[in-house]
Design a protein around this ligand. Sequence first.
Ligand code: FMN
Length: 323
Amino acid sequence: MKTLFDTTKLGQVTLKNRFFRAAVGEKTSDGQVNENILRLYKELAIGGAGTLITSFTLVDEAEKNFHMLAFYDDSFYEGHKALTSLAHEHGANIILQLVYVGSYVMGETTGMTILAPSAVENLNTKVLPQEITVKQIKVIQKKFSEAALRAKNADYDGVEIYAAHGFLLSQFMTPYYNRRTDLYGGSVENRARMSLETYSAIREAVGADFLVLIKINANDGFKDEVAFDDVLYLCDELTKLKIDAIEISGAFGKFPQESTSYFKKEAEQIADRSETKIILTGGNRYFEEMTDILNHTKIEYFGMARPLMKEPNLINQFKEKML
Ligand SMILES: Cc1cc2nc3c(=O)[nH]c(=O)nc-3n(C[C@H](O)[C@H](O)[C@H](O)COP(=O)(O)O)c2cc1C
């Protein structure tokens, strides 16, 4: 029988258990890792989660007004190095999550150029973006790859591409937001291109041995959402390109509260057809339920966000319960 505390290998990296702290956005005034962030990750690492995924981190200075963690140039290096050293010192792996926000932006946008696949008002934020050009697409892909290389140099164990929840990359997959008629819109092959090219650019920059993960939506939760067959296509292509793991999440902004492990069905189908490791995130609350999923599906890992916000020591408590 498999257990949630098995030691496993993801690529070249050893994971001491199957728990990931799913990313939680942390604001910082200037994009730098600050004392509060260091304190929080120390607690999380001591609390037992084997692998910590950071807050989404900006790859492009053009989005610096959003006051989230950033790594778009080397001025952020010292803070990130302190964060990776601290996580490793306390026994956790740490993965940097990379984002281009686009029109899913909270806060002040005056004077900024907000980009999206098409000029469609964002349903959540009411921001009307500009349609991104192919030249701008290439620039953003390069910025993802440069940030990933910086992450590798700062001793992260890997990076995760944030292609879920309504941020720029996930909008490309979603017919409602992507109305393009060029190579990046229309067919699923075209709508998936942004995520696939971004992954390939990162892989080329960091090499085969550095972990590259992606977080995607199994569904978007509104009209004209991504079709599940399209999600399967994206996962198949990512698998062919040898991505290390796919984190299955969903929704554009509102995370369900009512049920538990609520993307299990979709994650199970993806895991069934794929050699790529699958992380199930969203509503994971019960040790017994996760153990059951682990032993009856090909899902191998579990992401948790809100439970660890409430109780950073939860994974240690699970362990004590198991002994
Ligand atoms: C306050 C808050 C901030 C979040 N920030 C991020 C983020 O930066 N990146 C991300 O991928 N998901 C983010 N999420 C989503 C979580 O990673 C996770 O997918 C979601 O909360 C469902 O998992 P849970 O039921 O364990 O909370 C955030 C969720 C919350 C509640």
